[in-house]
Design a protein around this ligand. Structure first.
Ligand code: GLC
Length: 425
C-alpha cells in the first residue's frame, strides 16, 4: 500500500459505519446471540422474519454525504454469520431471507452519492458448523469444549471464509476499504481465543490485495494492516508504530451499541461527536461514526437527527476537517487546532474567555475570521523586535498573537476561527 493509495482516506477524515443484520431485529445489541447464549435454531428464526422493507441504501448514503462524510462501511457479515449478499456458498443470506442483495444496493448507492465503498467483514462466525467453539461463542458453556468441537474443522471454515471474501471482492466493483473483525488470540475466562492462523490471515490479506489492488485494509486480522482502528476511544495523541506515524481511524458509536439497541437511549450529542471528529483530525486520524438501522432497515430518528445536526456544522466548517490534519502549533487551553495548507483552524471548544493567545504567531498571520460567517476576528500582535512593552494583553510573552473574541458566542455547535498564515509559515 503506497501513501498515494491512502490519500483519499486521509483527506476524507470522516466516514459512516453501518451495522445492520439479523441482530437489528432482536434489537438488543449486535452481540445478542452470544450475550444471551441463544441456541442456533432459535436465532435462525430472525432470518425467517427478516424483512428490511425500509432499508434504503440511497437514503443512508445521502445522510452520510450530507453529514460531510467521504466513505461508508457496511457489515457484510457480522459475528452471527448472516450474509447480507447473494452468497453462493451459504443459504444464510439476505437473498434467501428476503430476496435482496443488500451489499449490492449499498455499493451502488455509495457510488451514486460519491462516497468511497467500505465493507466490514467478520472473520468470526457463530453460525458456521465448522467454526470451533471458543471464549466468545454462544455455546461456550454448553459442556466440554473438546467434545463440543469434535467434528468441527477450522480448515473447512477457512475455505468458506476465503470464498465469501472472494465473492465480496469480485462481485461488487471497486471496494475501497475492508474492515476485518477481529482476532483474540488470548481467549478469556480460561477458554481459547482465535489468532491469525485461524483465518490464515496472510493468505486472506494477500487474496484481498490481489482482488482489489487499491484497497485499504484495517489491522484486525492479527498481522497488522494499513491502519489502526481504536474502538470506542480517542487516542491521546497521533498514533505511531515503532516511532513512525501510522494511519488510524477511531470507530465510535452513537450510544455504545453498534447494532440497533431499542431500549438504549444514551446517545452522544452531535456537539460531542463533532468534537470527537475534530479531536481525531487534530491528532492525524479519522473518525468512523456508526449508525444502527432498525429492524426494518431504516435509519433511526435519533441517528438521522444527529447526522443532520453534524451536517449543519459541516456545511459551514468542512474545510477545517476534510483535507485537514494536525498543526504544529500547540493548541491554547479549551481549543483544538487543525491545519489545511496555509490555514490554521482554531476550534473554540469552550467560550467566554475573551482572548485567545497564540505564542509565536505574531507577525505571521494575514487575517483571522470566523469560518461560519467570514466575519473578521480582531487581533493584536506585538513585534518582539520593536516593541516597547514586553507583554501582550494577559501577560503573554513577546511574539504572541492575541485574538479578541466577541462577547456573544456564535450559534454553531462550536465556532472555528480561520487563521490565514502569511507566506512561508
Ligand atoms: C467489535 C465488535 C463489534 C463491532 C466492532 C466495531 O470488535 O465485536 O460488534 O462490530 O468491533 O469496531
Amino acid at each position: 500500500m503506497t501513501l498515494a493509495q491512502t490519500d483519499w482516506f486521509t483527506a476524507a477524515r470522516f466516514g459512516l459505519f453501518v451495522h445492520f443484520g439479523l441482530y437489528s431485529v432482536a434489537a438488543r445489541h449486535e452481540w445478542v446471540m452470544t450475550r444471551e447464549q441463544i441456541p442456533l435454531n432459535e436465532y435462525e428464526r430472525y432470518a425467517q422474519v427478516f424483512d428490511p422493507d425500509r432499508f434504503d441504501a440511497r437514503a443512508i448514503a445521502r445522510a452520510a454525504r450530507s453529514a460531510g462524510m467521504g466513505y461508508a462501511v457496511l457489515t457484510t457479515k457480522h459475528h452471527d454469520g448472516f450474509a447480507l449478499w447473494n452468497s453462493g456458498v451459504s443459504d444464510y443470506t439476505s437473498m434467501q431471507a428476503c430476496g435482496r442483495d443488500l451489499v449490492a444496493e449499498f455499493a451502488e448507492a455509495c457510488r451514486a452519492e460519491g462516497l468511497r465503498v467500505g465493507f466490514y467483514h467478520s472473520v468470526i462466525d457463530w453460525h458456521h458448523p465448522d467454526f470451533t467453539i471458543d471464549c466468545h461463542h454462544p455455546r461456550r458453556e454448553d459442556g466440554d469444549l473438546t467434545e463440543l468441537n469434535s467434528g468441527r474443522d477450522m480448515a473447512r471454515y477457512r475455505e468458506y471464509l476465503h470464498a465469501q471474501v472472494r465473492e465480496l471482492l469480485t462481485g461488487y466493483g471497486p471496494v475501497d476499504y475492508l474492515f476485518y473483525d477481529f482476532t483474540y488470540p488470548d481467549g478469556m475466562n480460561g477458554l481459547p481465543g482465535k489468532g491469525a492462523q485461524d483465518w490464515d490471515a496472510e493468505a486472506l490479506l494477500a487474496l484481498t490485495r490481489e482482488l482489489q489492488p487499491g484497497i485499504i485494509v484495517n489491522d484486525r486480522l492479527g498481522i497488522g494492516g494499513d491502519l489502526v482502528t481504536p474502538e470506542q476511544y480517542q487516542p491521546d495523541g497521533p498514533m505511531t508504530s515503532g516511532g513512525v506515524p501510522v494511519l488510524w481511524e477511531a470507530c465510535q458509536t452513537m450510544n455504545g451499541s453498534w447494532g440497533y439497541d431499542r431500549d438504549n437511549l444514551e446517545f452522544k450529542s452531535a456537539d460531542l461527536l463533532v468534537r470527537m471528529l475534530v479531536d481525531s483530525v487534530a491528532k492525524g486520524g479519522n473518525l468512523l461514526l456508526n449508525v444502527g438501522p432498525d429492524g426494518r432497515g431504516a435509519l433511526t430518528p435519533q441517528d438521522s437527527a444527529t447526522l443532520a445536526e453534524i451536517g449543519t456544522w459541516m456545511d459551514l466548517h468542512a474545510q477545517s476537517v476534510i483535507g485537514a490534519g494536525p498543526s504544529e502549533v500547540p493548541p491554547p487551553p479549551g481549543t483544538a487546532l487543525t491545519r489545511r495548507d496555509d490555514r490554521l483552524y482554531l476550534h473554540l471548544l469552550t467560550w467566554a474567555f475573551g482572548h485567545v493567545h497564540l505564542p509565536g504567531l505574531a507577525g505571521k498571520v494575514r487575517f483571522a475570521r470566523f469560518l461560519h460567517d467570514g466575519s473578521e476576528v480582531a487581533r493584536t500582535e506585538f513585534d518582539p523586535g520593536q516593541q516597547a512593552w514586553n507583554t501582550t494583553p494577559g501577560g503573554q510573552p513577546p511574539g504572541t498573537l492575541t485574538l479578541q473574541l466577541p462577547t456573544i458566542r456564535p450559534d454553531v455547535l462550536h465556532p472555528v476561527i480561520e487563521i490565514i498564515l502569511d507566506g512561508e509559515n
